[in-house]
Write a protein that binds this ligand. Sequence first.
Ligand code: FEO
Length: 171
Amino acid sequence: MLTKRIEKELNDQINAEFYSAYLYLSMAAFFESINLKGFANWVYIQFQEEQSHAMLTYNYINERGSSVTLSSIEAPPSKWDGPVHIFEEILKHEQEVTCMINKLISTSMEEKDHASVNFLQWFVSEQVEEESGVSDILQQLKMIDGKGAGLLMLDRELKQRVFVQPAASAT
Ligand code: FEO
């Protein structure tokens, strides 16, 4: 069984992951509306990944014999100034998620819950990868000033991305 404090923070994490999913889906719709299908594909895959992060946590709470409690998901924004703005917002958002994971690990350590510390390690690596991937795209976008032929080339590149079920949730 999880302590009540960890159970609460993990349930908050499920909500945060579903909010992330919702945010990325809203971004996918925005990119569709401005005809950047490759960008839409990239953020749509983020939407799928975030749902799998939520489900990993859902399954973990159940495995530990504790209770999942779902709460309402905040509405995400639906308008941005363009691709550069979106990727700046994504980076900021992922940095906040990283802070939440770090806080969860600190709580697990304080509660001497080694299983939870171990469970959360996967998310630590995932956040490093996510922040790095987003930073790379943001840098490229800034180099091309977020427009022109460079933008179309980047859009074509991002169209190649395919969803891969995260290893930790592939069971
Ligand atoms: Fe679930 Fe984008 O971290």
